[in-house]
Design a protein around this ligand. Sequence first.
Ligand SMILES: Cc1cc2nc3c(=O)[nH]c(=O)nc-3n(C[C@H](O)[C@H](O)[C@H](O)COP(=O)(O)OP(=O)(O)OC[C@H]3O[C@@H](n4cnc5c(N)ncnc54)[C@H](O)[C@@H]3O)c2cc1C
Length: 291
Amino acid sequence: MKPAPFTYHAPVDTGEAVRLLGELGDEAKAIAGGQSLVPMLALRLATFGHLVDLRRLDDLRGIEHRGDSVWIGAGTTQAAVQRSDEIRTALPLLARATPLIGHFQIRSRGTVGGSLAHADSAAEYPAVALTLDAELETLSPHGRRTIPAAHFLTGMWSTALADDELLTGVNIPVWKGRCGFAIEEFARRSGDFAIAGAAVALRVDGAGHLDRCAIGLFGLGPTALRGRGAEAELIGTAAVAGDPDAIGRCATADLDAVPSDLHGSAHYRTRVGAAMVARAWRRAVQEALHG
Ligand SMILES: Cc1cc2nc3c(=O)[nH]c(=O)nc-3n(C[C@H](O)[C@H](O)[C@H](O)COP(=O)(O)OP(=O)(O)OC[C@H]3O[C@@H](n4cnc5c(N)ncnc54)[C@H](O)[C@@H]3O)c2cc1C
């Protein structure tokens, strides 16, 4: 199938893009890399009278250290993230998540902002943003907003973005100290969306106790999720003392809307999710304690 006819707009600055989205209302949709939107248009799962292409907007691209965070422009491709030394050094979790997204061709076009705005519950970037308490920057005709990742992701393929609002960038805090980061996922084939996955970030103090930890889950609910109950139980305990399998079960114990489809039942996904938490936990502890 082919997409329904639409009018194509190619603004050259962000102000013009936002103005177009404001004027055209819910008939218009922003398009970045097209890796999620184009298949939906081609299958006519979505139709829009106007597409506003973001690819000429230079101010939406870039990777910059800003204070205690790294800012990544929404239009930055996933391939540029994968190539970035800054990301590898400052945000190892994001660096390790990126090669798990689709295939090289998809990452060459797919953008950071597209992945976050599309908000697939099985996608890696929303889970990393939630795990690292990222803040998302937006612009609309009504002004700028900064939205914590936990408030940005509102449901399956839905976010706090208004129809006339653009995601302009994401600020991801850099963790300092003796930290460990790991992301694990299970997919039927390399490059497929994960059936279930987990991201772990943790930090130990001089005595080897956990003074910070975050467990992100993906493919296990309508959005990426945090295992906050498990995190609260782990803070202050010795990193070597935790049983990874028990931590995996604890982090997935309270899930109440796990998807069930032809790829796996909710029960199966929950068990896979627990196993992914356990794997990621082991690797993150190893890194924090032994580098
Ligand atoms: C075969 C295949 C496998 C894939 N596998 C994975 C995978 O394993 N993991 C994964 O995470 N993703 C996967 N993807 C999706 C891919 O990562 C997409 O790149 C990403 O989901 C969307 O990014 P995009 O730049 O292409 O956005 P687009 O497709 O252009 O847009 C997606 C949505 O985001 C909105 N949008 C885009 N940019 C902005 C912005 N700046 N402000 C507001 N709204 C915006 C659009 O309006 C649209 O609603 C896969 C895609 C394919 C085709």
